[in-house]
Ligand binder design. Structure first.
Ligand code: HAS
Length: 544
């Protein structure tokens, strides 16, 4: 990479790791409060820190890391022009200004509305405007990415695009289509309402628009991890990409089925016809398929690498895996965590079982396995080679060892924390609540030990965060100068040729839009028909 490029990509990484520290600290405080043994100082509200935690880790850290990483992937595979770098900087600054605006508003206690900002909770307008800016900034990044691929395609007529460039494009198309929902919700519903131009808000409409965005949001986090699993990790195991076509197909299916499934977050929501909930649950089970394809493909590529090196017994190839290389181990544990994490997702999506787990801390356990383990450990795994590559430094054996320790600390902390969240959830423990004894009761008494276990797990995780931030600082500023490889694997030589139709964007975007229209049009009309008087979009500004 040129210096100009590296500087852009690194800026996204700095924001990521500052966010990790701030957001992680808030997480630690939350588990302390919930253990019943600690009260927040200076009258700070539990929901303020919970909102900082969710927004900073769930929205800021992820978006900055993903956009920075994806820029680097495109820079490596299809190139970036100086003009595109400049527009990349605009996207960075717009996102940063939005982040700072939203963060300050939360920190001064004016937006304790959690990352889902469910109405009728109302925040200061600066919070919503800040969020809108983050989204606009990310769109600018998306259009730079689309342009990068377009320019490359024009120069390479008839060639298939590089796999990683294709994957980034899918993720950004999904992001743009999905974030339209939250943009409409913020601009049309929340901002007028929080400014006082609208008297009230259509709660159901705002939540539905949020989840239209909220579910693809979790795949927006997951897909960059899949990019690394498919096309980068094989390089560390001495293997190859199992199949370029299969990887592309999995991404296309994720694009098509990620969006029309938001109702599985609203299964207990009154006001949505059960038929449409049922339809979206069926579509949710469709979105599981590309993840199962991914599991198959990753196993395949690990096994093929081992067999090629002469490990012939049934599971002998496992010995071939580079257990002492943190660039492999961290994402690998992320993959393993996705087995129970994904199974938990399937439980959540099953309408009847959702009634048992919804709004319990089981859900918090679920997303700490998926987002905070599968995705985050993979992002850490990427950091170990991406950051030194960008700063022209080396991941020394000592830093590698610290990384291995970090990975195990994270794993142990998360097993304890997420495990106890799952169990407490099955015992009825609520999510999103501060400490309470709920006026006593036998059931309530069973929760406390799990809450203490969560504080123990949370403390271990915070140690992991400090270690990770230390490693990041070392890799950014102090590790010895040198060359760190940007690892992109090749395809298996005997894989089938990738068919051309896999890159027919009109077809895939067309099907995606058709599925969204099918899953959302009628329920949306229903929801809007029941808008309360004085609420946008139909009944404002109110006569003043
Ligand atoms: Fe989820 C709630 C359903 C995946 C994140 N989810 C959440 C929330 C978050 C979240 C943040 O249907 C809370 C939102 C809130 O604040 O209210 N989720 C699913 C389903 C999947 C799923 C069906 N979720 C994720 C991912 C997330 C994430 C990924 C973040 C990154 N989730 C739900 C539902 C709810 C929900 C309901 C709402 C609940 C409620 O009531 O509120 C699926 O995508 C899962 C499919 C995954 C698999 C696993 C495949 C395994 C792989 C690993 C292979 C391993 C290898 C290595 C190769 C089928 C790919 C192994 C090697 C060895 C040698 C062992």
């Amino acid at each position: 990479f040129s210096k100009k490029e590296s500087r852009l990509y690194m800026s996204f990484m700095y924001v990521t790791f500052i966010s990790l520290f701030i957001g992680g600290l808030m997480g630690l405080l939350q588990t302390f409060v919930r253990s019943g043994k600690y009260t927040l100082p200076f009258g700070i509200d539990y929901y303020t820190i919970l909102t900082v935690h969710g927004v900073i880790l769930g929205l800021v850290l992820t978006t900055f890391f993903i956009i920075g990483f994806q820029f680097s992937l495109l820079g490596k595979t299809v190139g970036i022009s100086d003009k595109q770098i400049m527009v990349g900087w605009i996207s960075f600054w717009v996102m940063l200004i939005g982040t700072v605006m939203a963060s300050i508003t939360i920190l001064v206690g004016q937006a304790s509305v959690l990352y889902t900002f469910y109405a009728p909770l109302r925040a200061h307008p600066a919070f919503y405007i800040g969020l809108a800016l983050v989204i606009v900034g990310s769109w600018i990044a998306a259009f730079v990415n689309f342009r990068q691929l377009y320019v490359w395609k024009k120069a390479h007529k008839g060639e298939k695009s590089p796999l990683l460039a294709f994957m980034v494009t899918i993720n950004m198309i999904m992001w743009v289509i999905a974030s339209l929902g939250v943009a409409v919700s913020v601009l049309v519903l929340f901002i007028p309402w929080s400014l006082g131009y609208a008297e009230t808000i259509n709660v159901l409409l705002s939540r539905t628009l949020f989840w239209y965005f909220g579910h693809p949001l979790v795949y927006f986090w997951l897909l960059p991890a899949y990019m690394a699993w498919y096309a980068i990790i094989p390089k560390f195991v001495g293997g190859k990409i199992f199949s370029d076509s299969l990887a592309r197909l999995a991404f296309i299916l994720l694009l098509m089925f990620s969006i029309p499934v938001g109702f599985h977050h609203q299964l207990t929501e009154p006001g949505i016809d059960p038929t449409w909930k049922f339809i979206q649950v069926v579509l949710t089970f469709m979105v599981v398929i590309p993840s199962l394809m991914t599991a198959f493909s990753i196993f395949g590529s690990f096994e093929a690498a081992g067999r090629r090196k002469g490990f012939t017994s049934l599971f002998g190839w496992i010995k071939n895996l580079p257990w002492k290389d943190v660039r492999f181990l961290a994402p690998f544990i992320g993959m393993v965590a996705f087995i129970p994490g994904g199974a938990g997702g399937i439980i959540n999506a099953s309408h009847q079982m959702n009634a048992l787990v919804h709004n319990t801390i089981w859900i918090t356990g679920h997303f700490h396995l998926t987002a905070a383990t599968t995705v985050i450990l993979t992002f850490f795994g990427i950091t170990y080679w991406l950051v030194p590559h960008l700063t022209s430094r080396r991941l020394t054996p000592k830093l590698n060892k610290l990384g291995l320790i970090q990975t195990w600390i994270w794993t142990i902390g998360m097993v304890i924390m997420s495990g106890s969240m799952h169990i407490q959830g099955l015992l009825g423990g609520p999510r999103r609540s501060s400490f309470s004894e709920y006026a006593g009761g036998e059931q309530v008494a069973t929760w406390i030990n799990y809450q203490i276990a969560q504080a123990v797990g949370g403390t271990i995780l915070f140690v992991g965060i400090i270690l990770m931030v230390y490693i990041f600082i070392q890799l950014s500023f102090f590790a010895p100068k040198g060359v760190e490889e940007y690892p992109i694997a090749e395809e298996e030589p005997d894989a089938e040729k990738t068919p051309k139709f896999l890159e027919n964007w009109y077809l895939w975007i067309g099907i995606t839009i058709a599925l969204i229209l099918f899953a959302y049009t009628i329920p949306m009309i229903d929801i809007m028909k029941h808008s309360p008087p004085g609420s946008p979009p139909f009944d404002w500004p109110i006569g003043k």
